[in-house]
Design a protein around this ligand. Structure first.
Ligand SMILES: [Ca+2]
Ligand SMILES: [Ca+2]
Ligand SMILES: [Ca+2]
Length: 605
């Protein structure tokens, strides 16, 4: 009878999850005679939702490749922060997740108290997501060159021999908070993170040591990627390099925040998108009575706590910042400073799960989201919002400046933005930022960009472009500061766009003839989504994922929605202008597609 039930459950879960089973784990399920003790279990335990396993290892042992193991909040592996325990993936490419795998509140309550070990033959479909790994004497992750994916994990409060808490994981590591790790053993100090290749949106801070990158075992396709990370406040060197000179070591290290002091190793190829400064965390964690811990005093004694007082690495903001504890009934709070890491990630990345407004401020009066943030909360619902500058953008509005950035005055090398496009006759032409004028007062900086056109007889040769009065103006006049509407407008777009709204926009903003305006419907989505019911071939566009674009689709006289006349991509600018796809660009130091206009005709690249 019992085996029939198990077989039925297996069939049901196969039906529900496609080819793969879902297996459940809970340390204190209702049928468990001894909650929190994996040695005494529900006699009917079979990994079903009704009779979950009480040990994660039992679930991994029962699982096959591709199965998903869902772990309820609880405390797993060792009962004690000082006793060794391990969890072994045993080379199985299973998905081990918490009940809400991208929610840090749930990760914080789903604790693996010990070492997590990969055998190295797990593939990228193997997933560890949504856990806290914490064991004062032994915790960490040992990858053995695994290709497994690790995300949304908190690796904090570990003190293993050598202080390394994340070692030899060759797969993607994303949205991990790696903080407050040390060692309580006398076996030296090694890097906190070593032998890992891809770190995206990780916060690595306040550890006894930093990150070591290395090209050990590299093949032709391997590279080091550190993207949208905060690496700060670790003792010693933040990022050190160990290079095998007989192997290549391609690196892409960009959009990161590092400390301004000499403890940061700056290698030759680091991008100008790296920032240096204080990430303005809410509060760093600290070890209480570390000397007693090291001496083996393993519990509160005589009133003195021994252990980690956890910090809070959410980013402070004068806009909105997530507080794990509600303050005045809300988890959204604000600070007197704004972290430089808020909205400082790669502007072309999708916001992911980040909120564009907090629930109590739908118009964005006090906080507005412009781009993914750096660190572990980037792309999650706990990312901070930057303070709103000036009037509220309004419900659902996005800022065209995030979709048509003209450059940046703070990073001059990246400010020479250019876009290449064909006219309807197939002549290649170009428009590019050829300079700017700015004036700053307080926090508000006004910038007008000079945009020049090349190889285009029917286009004006130079305009000034700037955002003012909630409008993007193009004008041949020289603007006056502070910026305001020009006397003679070449073309203009509304700055704040709301998906679903109908607006008037210029068809060809650079034309020498009077600019014609057309009624358009504002659509927002991925490039594939906004092209779905149009006659435009997606293959005409620059290769890329284009996760967040605004399409302005012409509305005909009979009210039907036609093809887009303009598409703006987040962090990039126009992908389509006057109905013509952009064929190349240089944006923030990155090149896309064909960026030459030699001989007047560009080859389609
Ligand atoms: Ca039990
Ligand atoms: Ca539980
Ligand atoms: Ca953001």
């Amino acid at each position: 009878m019992k085996s029939e039930c198990v077989a039925l459950l297996l069939v049901l879960s196969l039906l529900a999850g496609g080819l793969h089973a879902t297996i459940y784990v809970d340390d204190n399920a209702p049928g468990d005679p001894k909650p929190y003790d994996p040695n005494s279990s529900d006699p009917n335990e079979d990994g079903s939702a009704a009779h979950p396993f009480d040990s994660i290892q039992k679930a991994i042992d029962a699982a096959g490749a591709g199965d998903t193991i869902v772990v309820a909040p609880g405390h797993y592996l060792s009962n004690s922060n000082w006793a060794y325990a391990e969890l072994d993936f045993k080379g199985k490419s299973v998905r081990l997740v918490s009940t809400a795998p991208t929610d840090f509140t749930v990760a914080d309550q789903t604790i693996l108290c010990g070492m997590v070990i990969f055998q190295g033959d797990e593939d990228p479909n193997c997933l560890l997501q949504g856990f806290k790994i914490q064991n004062y004497w032994y915790g960490g992750i040992l990858g053995n060159q695994t290709r497994a994916t690790i995300s949304h994990c908190i690796i904090s409060g570990n003190g293993p021999c050598g202080a390394t808490v994340l070692k030899d994981v060759c797969g993607r590591i994303a949205n991990c908070l790696i903080v407050d790790n040390t060692t309580f053993h006398d076996c030296g100090v090694l890097p906190a993170v070593s032998g890992c290749r891809t770190l995206v949106n990780c916060t690595i801070a306040n550890n006894l040591s930093g990150v070591e990158i290395s090209n050990d075992g590299f093949s032709a396709t391997d590279q080091i990627t550190i993207h949208n990370c905060i690496i700060w406040g670790n003792q010693g060197t933040q990022v050190m390099e160990r290079r095998n000179s007989s192997l290549p070591m391609p690196e892409q290290i960009d959009y990161c925040l590092l400390p301004a002091d000499a403890s940061t190793l700056v290698t030759r190829s680091w991008s100008n998108t790296i920032q240096y400064g204080d990430p303005c965390f809410v509060r760093l964690g600290r070890w209480e009575n570390a000397a007693l811990i090291k001496a083996g005093v393993r519990a509160t004694r005589g009133g003195s706590f021994t252990g980690l007082i956890e910090g809070d690495c959410h980013l402070q903001s004068e806009g909105w910042r997530w507080s794990p504890q509600p303050i005045h009934g809300s988890n959204w709070y604000y600070d007197i400073v704004t972290s430089p890491a808020v909205s400082a990630g790669d502007p072309m990345d999708s916001l992911g799960g980040e909120l564009e407004r907090v629930p109590d401020d739908p118009e964005g009066r006090l906080g507005f989201n412009h781009a993914i943030e750096l660190g572990a909360y980037g792309g999650t619902a706990q990312a901070s919002l930057a303070p709103t500058n000036g009037e509220a953008p309004g419900v659902g509005a996005v800022d065209l400046e995030d979709y048509w950035p003209l450059g940046s005055t703070s990073r001059e090398e990246g400010s020479s933005y250019r876009w290449f496009i064909h006219d309807p006759q197939g002549i290649a032409r170009e428009f590019f930022v050829s300079g700017y004028m700015s004036s700053g007062r307080g926090d508000v900086t006004s910038v007008a960009y000079h945009v020049t056109t090349a190889n285009a007889a029917d286009w004006v040769t130079k305009v000034n472009c700037y955002y003012a009065n909630r409008t993007l103006y193009l004008t041949q006049e020289t603007p006056t500061m502070p910026l305001q509407a020009p006397q003679h407008v070449q073309a203009q777009y509304p700055e704040y766009l709301v998906a679903g709204a109908t607006i008037q926009v210029p068809y060809d903003p650079f034309t020498k003839t009077p600019v014609e305006y057309r009624s358009v419907l504002v659509q927002r989505g991925t490039l594939a989504e906004v092209l779905a019911d149009t006659s435009i071939d997606p293959a005409q566009f620059l290769a890329g994922s284009w996760p967040d674009v605004i399409a302005l689709r012409e509305i005909s006289e009979d009210g039907t929605t036609g093809d887009p006349i303009v598409i703006f991509a987040r962090g990039f600018g126009p992908l389509l202008l006057a109905g013509q796809p952009v064929e190349g660009a240089v944006v923030n130091g990155k090149s896309f597609g064909n960026t030459t206009i030699s001989g007047g005709r560009a080859t389609r690249g």
